[in-house]
Design a protein around this ligand. Structure first.
Ligand SMILES: [Zn+2]
Length: 354
């Protein structure tokens, strides 16, 4: 356990539900984990025992929050859940926190199989549709010139990235063609309790976290994670984005919740210590910003910054996140006026102290 983690409390200890099993974390609220084929090897999903008013009366069933990627293994894990853990009741609603493949990947299959509606914010739903369809600008092809412009010139790595062009559509081959909109501040009735939507930015277009005051539970999605810091990246489709600022501003929205809130994150273990974690995350980004600013005493591209911020070997998947993250920190400093941006005669964008 790293020193930051030891400042948090893990009420379920080392409990980790195995794929295809569940662990109850609050009355009627179940935690399940699905595998991921990345360095980040799992995602947490949530099931809430629920009641739904339909045209023919009240129907008992489950609301699921997030879905896992599209893969045979995830489908098989879901099948075990369906047969062993749902008490014979159907899934009646699919809520997705944001558009990343581990969250929305199997929404199309769950919604189709159970004839259940999909609930997402408009920003996340729109991006999921665009990326699943591999539209120009958000597909894997757009990533290469974007990264080249930011100094990624290693031919072997470019070749690896070329091989990842269909990354998103492979994990999210389809997205339901209709959805129900979730909006900031909206209160959803889930399992007999009110859950308030808290939107967050910087990690994804319009991320939805859900807070239940009665249960004192926050489904934080990827906005607040206990062990790793949430990825904030600049992508080709929004080349001047300032996601570090958006993310830090969004964290402020969670400060109003109680410190003893049970936080249910998408990765890692449920924990208490929300304010402590927010302070750690702010410190983390401030330290990163200071490090990047110091490095820019001479002009640096985002690719130059990667080995300064990430002192370990990175595979192609990790490199895309790392480059995006390096650029995100450069952009915060640039848009704050601390750095200036110059495009060199080689076409590479570099940043240096203003
Ligand atoms: Zn995410």
């Amino acid at each position: 356990m790293n020193p930051f983690e030891s400042q948090l409390a893990y009420p379920f200890g080392d409990t980790l539900p195995q794929p295809g099993t569940v662990h109850e974390v609050a009355p009627g609220l179940l935690w399940l984990r699905m595998g991921l084929p990345f360095a980040l090897d799992h995602i947490n999903l949530w099931l809430v025992r629920d009641e739904f008013v339909t045209d023919t009366g009240v129907r008992k069933g489950w609301t699921v929050i997030d879905c896992g990627i599209t893969s045979d293994a995830t489908r098989a894990a879901w099948e075990s859940i369906f047969s062993d853990c749902l008490q014979g009741l159907p899934i009646c609603r699919v809520i997705v926190t944001h558009c990343h493949p581990d969250h929305v990947g199997l929404a199309h299959w769950l919604c189709e199989r159970w004839q259940a509606p999909l609930c997402m914010t408009t920003g996340e739903y729109g991006f999921a549709r665009m990326m699943s369809a591999a539209l120009p600008g958000v597909d894997g092809t757009a990533m290469l010139p974007h990264f080249q412009q930011h100094g990624l010139i290693d031919p072997a790595m470019l070749e690896k990235l070329r091989g990842r062009r269909s990354y998103y559509p492979t994990l999210v081959p389809a997205v339901p063609t209709a959805y129900r909109r979730m909006q900031d501040g909206q209160v959803l009735r889930i399992g007999g309790h009110g859950w308030r939507v808290i939107t967050g930015f910087g990690h994804s277009p319009e991320h939805a976290s859900l807070y239940c005051e009665e249960l004192n539970v926050l489904v934080s999605g990827d906005m607040v994670l206990p062990r790793i810091s949430t990825n904030v990246s600049v992508f080709a489709v929004e080349p001047e984005a300032n996601p570090v600022k958006l993310y830090l501003d969004s964290l402020e929205k969670f400060r109003g919740l109680p410190e003893d809130t049970l936080v249910l994150p998408s990765h890692g273990k449920p924990f208490r210590g929300l304010h402590t974690r927010i302070a750690q995350l702010i410190d983390h980004h401030e330290a990163r910003l200071a490090e990047v600013l110091a490095a820019c005493s001479t002009p640096r591209s985002a690719a130059d910054i990667v080995p300064i911020m990430f002192r370990r070997p990175l595979d192609a998947h990790q490199l895309t996140f790392a480059l995006g993250e390096a650029l995100a920190h450069l952009h915060k400093l640039w848009q704050d006026g601390a750095l200036r941006r110059v495009t060199g005669s080689d076409g590479v964008i570099r940043f240096s102290v203003a």
